[in-house]
Design a protein around this ligand. Structure first.
Ligand code: UT7
Length: 324
């Protein structure tokens, strides 16, 4: 009997503070009209000063565990995707493990693939389950991306937000994740990055200059083409037609990128989960947050076929196709 990894619970958390486009008009030379037309974003959530990525993760994780009917002692793997960990170490996954009271001594680690992080984390956890190394995994995508934004740079600060999403992934004989597809090409690092870190440009990090930089227009064009290719790759790997996909849950970077992928799949926008207007780009959190919204409002139902895809810094890109 084939062993699948199946999503049995989803959870999401958004910090209370909302920053609207009109709020941003008072901070940088921008307009609600520009942001709405170019990105589809109307507002984003921003973590309170005291809130960390682990705090956001905990809320999302508890909601996913509740939906799946799982307690801390049931979890035997934690994979957490983030670009904005609480600390240098321990990993945010280890901090979350302690916070949740997961006392099994199970593996817990972070994955760093920026906006593709959740797809990477899901793919890793799925391999643990398929190979019988895990029966019940907690997979989280969480960011306090606001901390690495230059709030004077209108070309980036209007795009991103904070949040966390989580899923419980369990071993099952019923169909779940059908395939995952991961890619990276580090030659493009200069188009989207934080140019400083601990072992490269530490003095800039200390000076508070380690902030996101992006050549948005170039990233946009490559993202659209690359996501088109990964959609083809995913369908071909499973012998599926476009019409077999019930739902697209894309990374939420820009409504124009999402529209292009939906067109490529000949999908009506009614079959596409869009949260970019409400959440902005929450990087690794965007897909699990969008999934949670559409599961909880009853759109995505058991047995339906869901395609997830993401593109981000690295460049990294990836997809997952699953029976929900
Ligand atoms: O999630 C990770 C992957 N990231 C992405 O996928 C993001 C991909 N890129 C994008 O979503 C879009 O490229 C942006 C939304 C970032 C920018 O949209 P665009 O249509 O590519 O605009 P642009 O960068 O070509 O800029 C057009 C103009 C420029 O002015 P000039 O040079 O034409 O006079 C910018 O200076 O818009 C200006 N601009 C702004 N104006 C008002 C840039 N940011 C703003 C702003 N408000 N916030």
């Amino acid at each position: 009997m084939k062993r699948y990894a199946r999503i049995t619970g989803t959870g999401g958390y958004l910090p209370e503070t909302i920053l609207t486009n009109h709020d941003l008009e008072r901070m940088v030379e921008t307009s609600d009209q520009w942001i709405t037309e170019r990105t589809g974003i109307k507002k984003r959530h921003i973590a309170a000063e005291s809130q960390t990525t682990c705090d956001l993760s905990e809320m999302a994780a508890r909601r996913a565990m509740e939906m799946a009917g799982k307690r801390a002692e049931d979890i035997d793997l934690i994979v957490l995707a983030t670009t904005t960990p609480d600390r240098i170490f321990p990993s945010t996954a280890c901090l979350l493990q302690a916070r949740l009271g997961v006392s099994s001594g199970c593996p817990a680690f972070d994955v760093q693939a920026v906006c593709t992080g959740f797809v990477y984390a899901l793919a890793v956890a799925e391999k643990f389950i398929r190979t019988d190394s895990s029966r019940c995994a907690l997979v989280v995508g969480a960011e306090t991306f606001s901390r690495i934004l230059d709030w004077n740079d209108r070309s980036t600060c209007v795009l991103f937000g904070d949040g966390a999403g989580a899923v419980i992934l369990e071993a099952s004989e019923e169909a779940g994740i059908l395939s995952t597809h991961l890619h990276a090409d580090g030659r493009y690092e200069s188009l989207l990055n934080v140019p400083y870190g601990l072992s490269d440009g530490y003095e800039h990090l200390e000076a508070g200059e380690a902030k996101v930089q992006m050549k948005g227009n170039e990233v946009f064009k490559i993202a659209v083409n690359t996501l088109g290719r990964i959609v083809d790759e995913t369908l071909a790997a499973n012998g599926l037609e476009k019409s077999n996909i019930d739902w697209l849950v894309p990374h939420q970077a820009n409504i124009r990128i999402i529209n292009a992928t939906a067109r490529k799949l000949s999908m009506s926008m009614d079959q596409v989960v869009v949260t970019v207007d409400q959440h902005g780009n929450t990087s690794a959190a965007s897909i699990p947050l969008a999934l949670d919204v559409a599961v909880r409002d009853g759109r995505i139902k058991r047995g339906e076929t869901v395609l997830m895809e993401a593109f981000g810094g690295g460049f990294t890109w990836g997809s997952a196709i699953l029976k929900f």
